[in-house]
Design a binder for this molecule. Sequence first.
Ligand code: HEM
Length: 421
Amino acid sequence: MSTSDTEVANLDLLDPTALADPYPVFASLRAHDPVHWNARYKSWFITSFDDVTAALKDPRFTSNRITPYRENVLSRPGTDPLLREAFGVLDDWMVFKDPPDHTRLRRLLSRAFTPRSVSRMRPAIEAIAAELLDRAVEHGDNRIDLISDYAYPLTSSVIAEMLGVPREDRDRFKDWSDQISGLVFGSLGDDERHRRGARGMKELTTYLGELVADHEKSPSDDLISMLISARENDDSLSHDEVIATGVLLLFAGHETTTNLIGNGILALLDHPEELRTVDPSDPARVNGLVDELLRYDGPAKSVVRLVTEDMVWRDKQMRAGERVFLFLSSANRDPSAFENPDTFDASRRPGRQLGFSAGLHYCLGAPLARLETSIAVPTAINRLSGLAPDPDDSVSWAPTLLTRGMTRCPVRYGLTSGSTH
Ligand code: HEM
């Protein structure tokens, strides 16, 4: 092994330095071993733009990573019966399916999750952002946590509002979503996290089950009603599939967008001139800004696939069942795909970055995430004048290979007068 190979083999993406800034590690992987077997995580790490794009479109990498994980968890002695039920819900998530099951669910969900259902959320998103910032300013001590005081409550309120969940129940949604993440983001060997995840899933699906039953009797114009009535030829979602899809939307749409808003504000605090160059009334420029935020420091660090058959892929012998991390964040900083990839440039031509993935599973919520971010990021920066990272405190990054997001982001701002509305 050469020195650089040894260095690459020893790289740990969960090391605190790499969590704070994974991009030098990705650069090293791309340069020395772009299709890398990582012994520590017993997984392949794929990091170049071309390889990540190719793998996302290669059916020999399956999205069904839930079946082996479920079998592993459920084969453990003394498994909580609620865990079996929780995995039953995850089984109905399109993100874990391949065609033809994926095609069917995606078509039905696309009938409900339409551009119209997203764009009409604009006034609600603007009102929620303004309300949260007013509350933060009234709080009065010129400091907030951008994640827990702003981005997180904003995105959870938006998806809850879209689904048709009454306001008074939204805090419970957040708790359930937190609990379920212990299950979805895999924590093999941590039985307590699994138990909590299964309990959260039970409570959430019971709650949604009642909401769906109410909407079946008296439909309204929210997303749950649209999921119930979505039709493709003679097909529709079953009662259980509507519930599972509600959980998926809550889950998929919440933490990711929170992290894009957090990472986006942080990136713009470092590059204030970039925000000034964007005219908020020009949709193309706003879209370009959000695209660059996704490319520069997007929230989906990686997506996972499993190898379906023994094969040689880019000269590497892969075995059926092996896990593969496709690092979107690394692909988005690949110099072979982007000029000066480590430079933040809001005027870059949008469209190439992989922050929402590519291929069959391209993020279905991308228009909603774009809308939320395009409102939330400039609104916070404009409202909280003099916004800057809190010099007496520090941000902390979530310790995971899957997401790039902060668990806390303490900031300070100067006093502003008046309200946002
Ligand atoms: C910045 C915010 C977001 C990011 C970075 C993001 C990223 C992603 C990525 C990378 C995937 C592909 C997963 C894979 O290939 O395995 C995905 C899929 C998906 N996302 Fe998002 N997402 C965001 C927001 C949302 C929102 C707001 C919603 C809906 C409320 C949503 C719903 C979905 C759904 C339903 C899928 C599954 C699509 C499929 O399997 O065909 N996402 N997202």
